[in-house]
Write a new protein. Structure first.
Ligand code: PEP
Length: 252
C-alpha cells in the first residue's frame, strides 16, 4: 500500500537555532501520534541538515535535502553531491522544485541527470513538477505536466519507481495563498497516475505516492487529502510553524 506523506520544505528559512527548535517541537508532537503508514518529512537548508538529523534521531521525523548536484564530486563550487547527503544519513532528496526550475535554470534534462545521480546514491527522489498560470489558463496544463514527467523521470525503469515520490505543485498556487481546488488536484493526480500506469503498468502506478503542493494549510488540508489520488502534501509556508504543520499532519 502506498504511503501517505506530509513533507515540509523549509526553503531558505530557519537558522541553526530555529531549525533545531522546530525539529525538536515536531519530534515531541509526533511522538504522541500513531502514524500508521504515514511519513512526516522536513527539508531544512543544507547547512542545517546534520543538526536536524541529530535532533530527529530516534523519532518518526525524516530529514531530507532540498536539492543536490548531479556530479558525485569535483570542481563545482558551492554545490553538494548525493554521496555527501547519504554520508549524513539522509535517505531522500527533493528535486525539480519550481523555484529551482525558475530561478536556477533547472530544465528537464538537467533534472533527469539529478534523478539518476540521486538514485545511484540510494536516495529516494521526491520529484516536483507543475504548470504555470498561463498554462492552466490556456488549458495546456496536462501537456506541460506530461512533458515534465516524460522528460524528467520517465526514463527510469519500473524497478526504480519504488524510490520515487511525485509532487504535483501548480506554480500559480505556490506561496500565493491560492490553492488548487480539491477537485482540480484530484483531476491532475488521476491524470498523473494514469500516465504512470500507461508507461509502467498498474502496479507501479498504484504504489507511487503523489503529493499535492501549493498553499496547503490546516484549514484546507482535510478536503484536499480526502481525494483518492492525493497521497499527501508538500508544504512550504505552513511548514515553518510547528502547530500549522502538525495541523496538516493530523489532517492526513
Ligand atoms: C512549496 O514551495 O513547495 C509550496 C507548496 O509552498 P507553499 O505551501 O508556501 O505554497
Amino acid at each position: 500500500m502506498r504511503s501517505k506523506i506530509v513533507a515540509g520544505n523549509w526553503k531558505m528559512n530557519n537558522d541553526l537555532a530555529a531549525s533545531k527548535a522546530l525539529v525538536g517541537e515536531l519530534v515531541s508532537e509526533v511522538s504522541g501520534l500513531s502514524l500508521d503508514n504515514t511519513r512526516v518529512i522536513v527539508a531544512p537548508t543544507f547547512v542545517n541538515l546534520e543538526s536536524s538529523v541529530a535532533a530527529a534521531e530516534g523519532s518518526a521525523i525524516e530529514v531530507v535535502a532540498q536539492n543536490m548536484h548531479q556530479a558525485d564530486s569535483g570542481a563545482y563550487t558551492g554545490e553538494i553531491s548525493g554521496s555527501m547527503l547519504t554520508s549524513l544519513g539522509l535517505k531522500s532528496v527533493i528535486l525539480g522544485h519550481s523555484e529551482r526550475r525558475a530561478y536556477f535554470g533547472e530544465d528537464d534534462a538537467l533534472l533527469a541527470s539529478k534523478v539518476d545521480a540521486a538514485l545511484k546514491n540510494n536516495l529516494e527522489v521526491i520529484f516536483c513538477f507543475g504548470e504555470e498560470l498561463e498554462d492552466r489558463k490556456s488549458e495546456n496544463h496536462f501537456n506541460i505536466v506530461g512533458g515534465q514527467l516524460k522528460n524528467g523521470i520517465f526514463h527510469l525503469d519500473a524497478a526504480a519507481w519504488k524510490n520515487v515520490v511525485l509532487a504535483y505543485e501548480p506554480v500559480w498556487a505556490i506561496g500565493t495563498g491560492e490553492t488548487a481546488s480539491a477537485d482540480q488536484a484530484q483531476e491532475m493526480h488521476a491524470f498523473i497516475r494514469n500516465l504512470v500506469s500507461e508507461t509502467y503498468g498498474a502496479e507501479v502506478a498504484d504504489e507511487v505516492s503523489i503529493l499535492y503542493g501549493g498553499s496547503v494549510k490546516p484549514e484546507n488540508a482535510t478536503e484536499i487529502f480526502s481525494k483518492p489520488d492525493v497521497d499527501g502534501g508538500l508544504i512550504g509556508g505552513a511548514a515553518l510553524n510547528a502547530s500549522d504543520f502538525m495541523g496538516i499532519v493530523t489532517a492526513i
